[in-house]
Design a protein around this ligand. Structure first.
Ligand SMILES: Nc1ncnc2c1ncn2[C@@H]1O[C@H](COP(=O)(O)OP(=O)(O)O)[C@@H](O)[C@H]1O
Ligand SMILES: [Mg+2]
Length: 250
């Protein structure tokens, strides 16, 4: 089933055309990797999915209905450098989203409700390998651990769609491999749809069930802003991913 639909979506900032007449259907449970050169409009695409930006024309549907104009908890996001709350502990960071959702005025839960949430947060931290770090502060974590914290934080809201904007770009190769494994596991466990931006083509094909490239259709050296990006290729990577999962399973 189509979970997300872009219908003839264009985006421009003033004279600068960023995306041009983009149509894209994303299926439920798809792992879509988006590649393209810097400045192609990948982050803009993601920000529209988060309702942080509105299309200049065209529309975006989620589950067949126009996307809510406000950011909603059904869409979780992890950016390349995530700003976890520095003054809250690791477990406090993971509890923050659900606390504000349950208690919109105070962001605080008490008693039994708090205990239940704390137990769920601890489970999630165990899941991403941070179970022993619950009482630390973000500054005491490595880069890879902070990204795992950001992913745990996003997953605590049970998002239908997980949006990843170059989330592993800053990590060393070993940590990156561990994160790939973790994300594939969480994706298959949580039945999520993932949209991941990366500039690393091998990462795109390693993780994605589908890989699309966005780029300008034409480059006019005299007027680089005149043309926006379109989808220049769309590749079904499922057969490849099935092999990866089989290999990972043993
Ligand atoms: N808020 C904004 N105002 C004006 N221009 C913007 C804004 N956001 C992005 N852009 C421009 O849109 C283009 C695409 O940016 P972006 O989506 O960040 O590309 P990518 O993520 O593919 O590198 C760039 O030329 C950028 O300068
Ligand atoms: Mg970007």
């Amino acid at each position: 089933m189509a979970l997300i639909e872009f219908e003839n979506v264009s985006k421009h900032y003033g004279d600068t055309i960023v995306l041009e007449n983009l149509s894209l259907t994303i299926e439920d449970n798809e792992f879509l990797a988006v590649v393209g050169p810097s400045g192609a409009g990948k982050t803009t695409l993601l920000r529209m999915l988060l309702s942080q930006e509105a299309p200049s024309s065209g529309r975006i549907l989620i589950d067949g209905a126009p996307i809510a104009p406000e950011p909603m908890p059904d869409r979780g996001v992890v950016f390349q450098r995530y700003s976890v709350l520095p003054h809250r502990t690791v477990i406090g960071n993971v509890m923050t989203g659900p606390e504000w959702q349950a208690a919109p005025f105070t962001g605080r839960l008490f008693g039994k409700a708090r205990q239940l949430l704390k137990a769920r947060a601890q489970d999630m931290l165990d899941r991403v390998g941070l179970g022993g770090h619950a009482a630390l502060y973000p500054a005491q974590l490595s880069g890879g651990q902070q990204q795992r914290l950001a992913i745990a934080q996003a997953l605590m809201m049970n998002p239908k769609v997980l949006l990843l904007d170059e989330p592993f770009g800053a990590l060393d190769p070993g940590t990156r491999r561990a994160m790939h494994k973790l994300v594939l596991e969480l994706w298959s466990e949580h039945q999520m749809t993932v949209v991941m931006i990366t500039h690393d083509l091998s990462e795109a094909f390693h993780l994605g069930t589908r890989v699309i490239a966005v780029d300008k259709r034409r480059h006019d050296p005299h007027a680089p802003h005149r043309y926006g990006s379109i989808i220049t290729s769309d590749f079904d990577a499922k057969p490849r991913l099935a092999r990866q999962l089989a290999r990972a399973a043993g």
